[in-house]
Design a protein around this ligand. Structure first.
Ligand code: SAM
Length: 241
């Protein structure tokens, strides 16, 4: 997969050289390119923003600069991603869907955001455009939202996570639940013992215990996720929990 990130702060994306994403890049599993939007400016001050039409506080990113940059970076198969707090909320399901794409282009906004004609123009030109939010809060720029998407998507690509089984039972996966609590050595720590069943070696009991824990945790922390489960998602034993 190819991913291009356009930003006025390329250094913000430096963490993508670390850990699993960094290794995936080195192994050639992800072709990640970070661009400085100011390379497409045409004035001495490398200006990317201007005052908003209609007045009001702050500055807006200019469509002409974004247009020159995106014309160069977009490919016919690209999905253009515009992070914005007014977009559709990015979820694990979105990550799975975007992991199927051949080319993602993330355009990081700053200030009051990107001139609305950029999304309109590219949609009109037949480019697939997704405006997405990483949550109901406002950040200073789209760089963190780009990091979130790159990491969530890249770890789903074949070969990126060493043991693909670790992706199966995760929170927000196919089961529609949060993950059960996890434990490791030592079996007793500060007077807290690991639940007995996990030391039993009895796989069926362990599986049932984990399912019960996942159900309880989800019901307590995210009742909306329980409400969203279809009738077929719960068996008779689940309903007792
Ligand atoms: N004026 C905009 C509004 O109220 O919707 C907020 C602009 S914000 C200060 C600047 C940039 O940060 C946005 O263009 C976007 O790229 C990014 N951003 C901020 N919060 C975000 C969020 N929750 N999800 C995704 N991107 C976000």
């Amino acid at each position: 997969m190819r991913i291009d990130v356009l930003t006025i702060f390329p250094d913000y994306l430096a963490p993508l050289e670390l850990s699993l994403v960094g290794k995936a890049r080195t192994a050639g599993l992800v072709d990640l390119r970070v661009h400085d939007l100011r390379d497409w400016t045409d004035d001495r001050h490398r200006t990317v923003d201007d005052t908003p039409f209609g007045g009001g506080a702050g500055m807006v990113m200019r469509p002409d600069v974004w247009g020159r940059a995106l014309d160069e970076v977009l490919t016919p198969e690209a999905l253009l991603l515009l992070p914005t707090p007014s977009g559709d909320v990015f979820t694990q399901a979105t990550a799975h869907s975007w992991a199927e794409e051949a080319h993602l282009v993330v355009a990081c906004g700053r200030y009051e955001g990107i001139d609305a004609r950029v999304a309109e123009h590219y949609r009109g030109a037949g480019v697939r455009v997704a405006e997405y939010s990483i949550g109901d809060y406002v950040l200073n720029g789209g760089e963190v939202a780009a990091l979130v998407v790159v990491e969530a998507v890249a770890r789903l690509l074949p070969g990126v996570v060493g043991n693909p089984a670790s992706l199966v039972e995760e929170s927000h996966g196919e089961a529609g639940l949060l993950e059960y609590p996890v434990y490791t050595k030592p079996p007793a720590w500060r007077e807290l013992a690991v639940p007995e069943v996990l030391l039993s070696g009895h796989h069926a009991r362990i599986e049932r215990w984990r399912r019960d824990q996942a159900l309880r945790r989800t019901a307590r922390r995210r009742p909306d996720m329980i409400d969203a489960l279809g009738p077929a998602a719960l068996d008779a034993r689940d309903r007792e929990v």
